[in-house]
Ligand binder design. Structure first.
Ligand code: NIG
Ligand code: FE
Length: 415
C-alpha cells in the first residue's frame, strides 16, 4: 500500500545518523514546513515539503490523506513496566499521608506487592490488560514501547509475563520489545540473599528466556536494598554473554555506582540516573551509554529533584525520555507528559526533548536504524498532533493532542 500524508503544517524528520544524538545535535529536529510523507509497504519513501514529495514517481498512485497538524516520528517509549496486574492504590494513599519509597516498602507495599498480584494473575487476563494498555499508548502517539518483567520474580511468573507480552504483541499494532527484569527486587523466598537469587535467575530463568527468544534486553535495579553495583555488573555481563542487550536502573534514589557499573557492563542505557555525579558522565559518554530520564516518576513521587539533563547534554551524553509506565511510581503512558516535565523541570529545550522521545528512544532500544526518524528507508511510524507549532507539544500538558498514529504505514489510530 502506498500512502501519501499531506497538509502537514510542520514535519519533524530528525533525519541524520542512526546513532544517538548528543550535545548540540540533540537539538536538531529536521524541521520542514508544509510537509508531506510518502510511504510504501510500511516504509518511508520520501519526506520533505509537499512540493518535493509530490514529484516522487510513486505519489501518483498513492492513497492521499490530508492531515492538518504537526507530524513527528511516533514516540519510542524505551522504558516501561507495562505488564502488571493491579494499580498500587494503597501505596498511593500512603504517599499522600507522607510515606516515602522506603517507608512504603517497609509496610509491605512497593515492588513486592505487585509481585504478589502478578503471581496470582491468570495468563489470559495479563494478555487482555496489556492489549488494552497498548491501545492507550497508540492513542497518545507512541508506536513502540519496551516492556519489562520484574513483577514475577520466579521462573513460572517471569515466563508467564514474557509469554503474555508475546501473545499481546500479536493482538495490537503497538510494537513491544521485551526486557527480562527478574533482577528487579529480591523476592521473599530469597530474602536477604541477593547473590543467591541472581544465581537462580542466571541458571534457571535466563537460559529458557534466551532459548525461547522471549526477551531482547536484560535489566537490573541497582540500588541500596536491591542489587549492588558489583552484582549488577556481574549479572549484566552474564546476560550479555547469553545474548541479551544490557540496560540498568541506576542511581534513582541515591548515588550508588550504578552508572559506572552499567558502563562497565556495556549497557545501551542507564535509566533514571537522578543521582549520577558529573565526574561519572565522561565514562558514560565513552561507553556509548544513553541516559534515559523518566521525569513522570519524579513528578508522581512528588520529588523536588529531577535528573540533571543539562549536565548530560553538556557532557555529550545522549539523553532519551521515557514514561517508566508502572503501577507504583509512574502510572503514565503519555509521552507528551514526559516532554512537558522535561522542559519545565529539567530545562531541556522542546527540540532536545522531542529528540529524546523519538530517535534517542529508538537508539536506547538499539533500533535507531529502523525507528525514530522520518526519512527514506525508515519504518513508517508517524504521529500527527492537533497543533500548529511543534513547541505546543511540550507546552500544553495533561492533555492528549494526538490526532493520528501511523504504524508501519497504516493508520492505527484516528481520532
Ligand atoms: O522504574 N525503580 C525500580 N523500578 C520502577 C518502580 C517499579 C515499581 O515501583 O513497581 C521504576 O521506578
Ligand atoms: Fe523503571
Amino acid at each position: 500500500m502506498v500512502l501519501l500524508i499531506i497538509g502537514l503544517k510542520q514535519l519533524l524528520t530528525f533525519k541524520g545518523s542512526a546513532a544517538p544524538r548528543s550535545g548540540g545535535a540533540q537539538g536538531e529536529i529536521g524541521l520542514v514546513r508544509n510537509g508531506a510523507v510518502l510511504t510504501e509497504g510500511g516504509v518511508v519513501r520520501a519526506a520533505g515539503t509537499e512540493r518535493e514529495v509530490m514529484r516522487h514517481p510513486l505519489a501518483k498512485k498513492a492513497r492521499a490523506i490530508k492531515v492538518s497538524g504537526v507530524a513527528i516520528p511516533a514516540f519510542v517509549d524505551s522504558h516501561t513496566h507495562a505488564v502488571f496486574a493491579e494499580p498500587r492504590l494503597r501505596d498511593f494513599a500512603l504517599r499522600t499521608l507522607g510515606a516515602t519509597y522506603a517507608g512504603i516498602k517497609a509496610r509491605g507495599g512497593g515492588i513486592i506487592s505487585s509481585v504478589k498480584a502478578v503471581r496470582r494473575q491468570v495468563p489470559v487476563k495479563m494478555v487482555s490488560q496489556l492489549v488494552e494498555r497498548a491501545g492507550r499508548f497508540l492513542e497518545c502517539g507512541t508506536g513502540t514501547i519496551e516492556v519489562k518483567t520484574g513483577y514475577g520474580l520466579d521462573k513460572k511468573s517471569e515466563l508467564k509475563t514474557l509469554t503474555a507480552v508475546k501473545a499481546a504483541a500479536a493482538r495490537t499494532e503497538l510494537e513491544m520489545l521485551p526486557t527480562l527484569l527478574s533482577a528487579h527486587a529480591v523476592p521473599p523466598e530469597f530474602k536477604g540473599d541477593s547473590k543467591k537469587y541472581l544465581r537462580y535467575v542466571l541458571s534457571q530463568i535466563l537460559p529458557e528466556v534466551v532459548s525461547k527468544r522471549l526477551a531482547v534486553f536484560a535489566d537490573i535495579f541497582c540500588e541500596r536494598g536491591y542489587f549492588t553495583p558489583q552484582e549488577s555488573r556481574f549479572y549484566l555481563n552474564a546476560c550479555r554473554t547469553a545474548g541479551l542487550i544490557p540496560k540498568i536502573h541506576a542511581e534513582q534514589l541515591s548515588n550508588y555506582g550504578g552508572a559506572l557499573a552499567g558502563a562497565g557492563a556495556g549497557v545501551v542505557s542507564a535509566d533514571h540516573v537522578d543521582y549520577v555525579q558529573k565526574k561519572d558522565m565522561p565514562a558514560m559518554r565513552r561507553g556509548g551509554v544513553i541516559a534515559t530520564l523518566l521525569p513522570a516518576s519524579n513528578f508522581f513521587l512528588g520529588l523536588a529533584r529531577y535528573p540533571d539533563a543539562r549536565a548530560f547534554i553538556a557532557e555529550g551524553v545522549p539523553v532519551a525520555l521515557a514514561t517508566d509506565f508502572n503501577p507504583g511510581t509512574s502510572p503514565c503512558w503519555n509521552m507528551q507528559f514526559a516532554l512537558s516535565a522535561a522542559c519545565t523541570h529539567m530545562k531541556m529545550t522542546p527540540e532536545e526533548a522531542l529528540c529524546a522521545a523519538t530517535i534517542n528512544g529508538a537508539c536506547a532500544l538499539r533500533a535507531g536504524n529502523r525507528l525514530g526518524s522520518i526519512e527514506p528507508g525508515k519504518q513508517a511510524d508517524i504521529a500527527v498532533f492537533d497543533v500548529s507549532d511543534y513547541r505546543e507539544l511540550c507546552y500544553y500538558f495533561g492533555a492528549n493532542l494526538n490526532k493520528m498514529t501511523i504504524k508501519r504505514g497504516r493508520v492505527v489510530y484516528n481520532r
